[in-house]
Structures are given as C-alpha cells and as structure tokens.
Ligand binder design. Structure first.
Ligand SMILES: [Ca+2]
Ligand SMILES: [Ca+2]
Ligand SMILES: [Ca+2]
Ligand SMILES: [Ca+2]
Length: 402
C-alpha cells in the first residue's frame, strides 16, 4: 500500500513477521521511475541509522521494495502504539532523495501469559460476600486489541472475576466473593483462571488458582449424647471409671481442641468425681454411700480452644450393697418379771433398723433361747417381747436375732 503525502514522502504499511522476500511495495513505480530508468537512476536505500536499513532491500531490476529480515514488532517497538521503520530512497542523475516510512502493524502472535502457573490464595471462611482478592496479572506483548483484554474464571459457586486496571495501565484480575464460604463444607477450591486477548481469533493463557479457606471458630463442640447414664455400686473403689463422655468439633486446630470439665454443681458433687480434661473420662474420687445419696447428676462441659462450650448431663445411679447389719435397739426392758405375770405381759420393747434398701433392708426378727417368750411385731421396725406361758421363778436368757 502506498500513500503519497508529498512528492518526497512515501509510506507503506505491512504486518510484522512477513517472510523474507515478501513484497513491501513497488518503490520505483511509486517514485515515478519506469523499469527502463532504473539502471541510470541507481535507486538505493540510505539511512543515518544503519539499523533501519537491514529490514528492507530494493530490487535493482524491478525497483520493488522487499523484506530482507524478520520484523518482530514486539522486539522493535515493545509497547508503543505505533511502529515504523524510516529510511531514505536515493536516486541519481539527477540526484534526489525521498523519505520512505514503513509502518509495521501488529499481528496477534502472542498469547496472554501469567507470571506464575499457579497462585496460592488464602481467605477466611467468615469473609463477607463482596470482599475482593487481587490475584495476579497476565502479560501479552502485543498491542491494541491484540493485547490482554480480560479474564475468565472457571464456573464455581463462590467467586467471580473482575478486571481492574492499575495506574500503569496493566489489567489485573480481582476475585470477588459472591457467596459465604464454609471451610467445614469446602476447605479448598482449585479454579482455572483464563486471560484473554482481543485478537481474532482470541488467544488465551491460564493459571491455576488454589484457594485455601482458613478456619474460623464457627462451630461449638457437640456431645455424642445429650444425656449419659451410668450406675456404680456404692462400694466401688476410688478411681473407678464411671464412663467416658465425648464431644466432637468440626473446626480445625485449636478451634477444634476440646477440653472437658464440670459445669456449675454443688461442691459435694464436685468432690465425688473427677473428669480427665483431654479424654473426658469420669472417675470416682470419693467413696459413695447409697444410704447417703442414691444418685448424682453431673453437668459436663466441652470447651473448644476458641471458647465455645457445649453441655450434657451424666446421671449416675448408686447401687445399694448390703453393707449394713440390722441394728436392734432395746427401748425398754421390764426385769425382773413377776412370776404371776399373765400371758401376754410385755417384757421388752425393741426397735430394729437396717439402712440398706429393698431386700438388703428387709429385716426378720426371731427370739432364741428357751424363755417362754414370744415376739410380736407392733409397728414397722418395732417389736414387743411378751410372755407366752406361765413363768417359772427362774432366770431366763433370751436373745433377739435378725
Ligand atoms: Ca504481535
Ligand atoms: Ca496477543
Ligand atoms: Ca470450634
Ligand atoms: Ca470453622
């Protein structure tokens, strides 16, 4: 293509990367020289900057201008919006000089490229939607619409990508959080980020985004059971295991580190039992006594490293053991008993007690010895010893046995 601004100026436009020997333009013809004139006019190229000359040659026969060296616009002009090579065309007989400018057009021969193949990002799971995360920049050595135009992000439920322009004009990708994250559900995301230029067809480059969702203490521990039940013989030795409570916490690290302890309970209960802070094992610390307390309810707590607490109850039933012999109390005795005392005369009043429960606390009472006496139950636990027949004047011995 030739454009003749003035008699002394010529301008051609060619794309970069044309093969060696490609025609740039009919220079002689555009200068008004016929092939017949050429030998006499000695058309040649000249430049103050030798570097500019190496790209082109002019044919001595045809007077056409040809490419003689690879023209890489990116190497020659970098990010400059326009790129051209200028030189002079000289003719002799008569001597004249023409200014020739060859504009080098960009072709889309570079794909956008990220500076890293993958980007590691961290974001806390409690980050609010709308938050932005600068990712990185891709580069494309071409210019204009052949340069980097934008980014695309692999479809996903959480992030969108937006293009931001920095003051120096480079376009970088910014992730925008669209939906709340949840580390417990999705601890990390791997997404492909694509950079696109505006060429026809467009070229692209990709990078892998590894997004690590960091933990927040957004879960309290949870006990395996709300209510535990255990039973323990009242004669269980100190150190006996009552049971093991257990809680879990779906967070990680200290946010999931659980320590067990007791909740608010009466001092009397607190000193009976201990709980191992790490294992949750409850053991007996002080002897039990069914006759004193028949059961305990422990309020257990599981606390994570972030201070969130869960509670549960442990109900402990104390089992009775026959550890008490019945006790007989003689309330009163009439002694001596007159010989002529009528049958049924009360000789003694007894009271029998057994603090054990159920069958362990059931008491039966009988008299032993040869005395003509019998035992009559009066009210619960109370007995009368009465004469059963006429008495001889002698010394009788009797015993009450349970
Ligand atoms: Ca290019
Ligand atoms: Ca490009
Ligand atoms: Ca937690
Ligand atoms: Ca969490």
């Amino acid at each position: 293509m030739c454009w003749r601004a003035a008699a002394e100026r010529l301008r051609y436009t060619i794309p970069e990367e044309l093969g060696r020997g490609s025609l740039v333009g009919p220079l002689a013809r555009d200068l008004g020289l016929s092939p017949a004139d050429l030998p006499a006019r000695k058309l040649r190229l000249a430049s103050a900057a030798k570097r500019q000359l190496k790209y082109f040659t002019v044919s001595g026969e045809s007077g056409n201008l040809y490419v003689s060296e690879r023209l890489d616009r990116e190497e020659m002009c970098g990010e400059a919006a326009s790129c051209s090579v200028s030189f002079e065309a000289l003719v002799q007989n008569p001597l004249n000089v023409f200014h020739v400018q060859v504009a080098i057009q960009d072709i889309n021969d570079n794909a956008p490229r990220f500076l890293q193949d993958n980007f590691q990002l961290e974001i806390n799971e409690l980050t609010s939607p709308g938050a932005r995360l600068a990712v990185g920049v891709a580069e494309d050595a071409d210019v204009g619409s052949n340069s980097l135009q934008g980014y695309e992000l692999e479809a996903n439920g959480y992030f969108a990508v937006e293009v931001k322009e920095s003051p120096d004009g480079s376009k970088f990708a910014e992730l925008v959080l669209r939906r709340a994250l949840d580390r417990e559900r999705e601890p990390s995301l791997r997404l492909v980020l694509t950079a696109l230029d505006g060429g026809d067809p467009p070229r692209s480059g990709t990078a892998q985004l590894c997004i690590n969702v960091t933990d927040a203490n957004d879960n309290a521990p949870v006990f395996v059971q709300d209510r535990y039940r255990a039973s323990l013989r009242e004669d269980a030795p100190l150190g006996s295991t009552v049971l093991n409570v257990s809680a879990s916490d779906p967070d990680v690290g200290t946010n999931a580190r659980i320590t067990y302890g007791f909740g608010k309970m009466p001092a009397k209960v607190l000193k009976k039992f201990t709980v191992h802070a790490e294992s949750g094992m409850i053991t007996l610390q002080e002897a039990l006594d069914f006759e004193d307390t028949r059961g305990y309810t422990l309020l257990m707590e599981a606390k994570d490293g972030g201070g969130l607490v869960a509670q549960c109850k442990v109900e402990i039933e104390v089992l009775d053991v026959n550890d008490n012999a019945p006790e007989i109390t003689i309330l009163s005795v009439s002694s001596p008993v007159p010989e002529d005392a009528p049958v049924g005369t009360v000789v003694a009043l007894l009271n029998v007690k057994d603090p054990d429960s159920m069958e362990n606390g059931e008491v039966s009472c009988e008299l032993s010895g040869e005395a003509p006496l019998s035992l009559v139950a009066s009210s619960i636990g109370s007995y009368k010893v009465v004469t059963a027949s006429a008495l001889d004047p002698r010394h009788w011995c009797w015993r009450c046995r349970t």
